[in-house]
Design a protein around this ligand. Structure first.
Ligand SMILES: [Zn+2]
Length: 249
């Protein structure tokens, strides 16, 4: 399996990903071929349970993540609090604004979506014509449009210690909000996480035009530990021992 290069891990180069079969996505999505192959198998299993798993967001570039970050920092894109209520970006201190963005959006260069191993899924079988998923927690719990998908993932992914997929964001143990739609292909993502490099990220961000850069720069290593590093215990057992050695200062 090709392990992404330093630039690929930062989202600066996309040669490690390719376009996913359109039948398995909603809109054009790219994934690392190793993750794509495993996802198509998972999709087959889900199909037998009456679910039509589709990836709605896979690889995301540094540029795209930077655009999202800056739009939120400038109050040009909706910013939500922990309870998915709208915040007024312009009324927050730089520190509070940065932390509010990080709750739902990764720092550019530090997103698991750069790796090609991580992606967001929905169940197209539950969507009516013209319905657009909004990716909020309420959709994935009892009574939500994707409740059946949420239950299936609880049973077939979370409860299976041999699963090669896991969900890194359960709302505990890191600063990132609960994202029941976000799946990670452990055999690849564990290697990507171990190669995260705070020094390389700092140089790229310093020259990127990132809003709130001074605030981010002052505590970059701490922010990475809190928001970008997934605890080894969240990975399925076969991959846990590989979560180490990252150069995060
Ligand atoms: Zn995601």
């Amino acid at each position: 399996m090709h392990i992404p290069t330093a630039d690929q891990l930062l989202g600066l180069d996309d040669a490690h990903v390719s376009i996913l079969d359109p039948a398995a996505s909603l809109g054009e999505v790219s994934l690392h071929p190793g993750a794509a192959e495993a996802f198509l198998e998972l999709r087959q299993q889900a199909w037998q349970a009456g679910l039509d798993l589709r990836v709605v967001s896979g690889f995301r570039s540094f540029e795209r993540q930077l655009w999202i970050w800056n739009a939120k920092a400038r109050g040009e894109r909706v910013l939500l609090d922990d309870d998915e209520r709208e915040l007024d970006a312009l009324s927050l201190s730089p520190e509070s604004l940065m932390l509010a963005i990080l709750r739902w959006s990764a720092l550019p260069g530090a997103s698991r979506h750069h790796w090609g191993s991580d992606f967001d899924i929905v169940d197209a079988a539950a969507l009516g014509p013209g319905d657009r998923p909004s990716l909020c927690v309420a959709e994935y719990v009892e009574g939500g449009v994707f409740a059946a998908l949420g239950r299936w993932l609880d049973e077939r992914v979370d409860a299976d210690p041999g699963s090669c997929f896991f969900r890194p964001y359960d709302g505990t143990g890191s600063g990132v909000a609960h994202e029941p739609w976000h799946l990670s292909y452990a055999p690849l993502s564990v290697l990507c996480q171990a190669r995260m490099d705070a020094g390389g990220l700092r140089s790229v961000l310093a020259a990127s035009g990132l809003e709130l850069w001074n605030t981010v720069d002052a505590e970059l290593e701490h922010l990475l530990q809190r928001f970008a590093v997934t605890d080894a215990r969240r990975y399925p057992p076969p991959w846990r021992h590989l979560v180490n050695g990252s150069r995060l200062g």
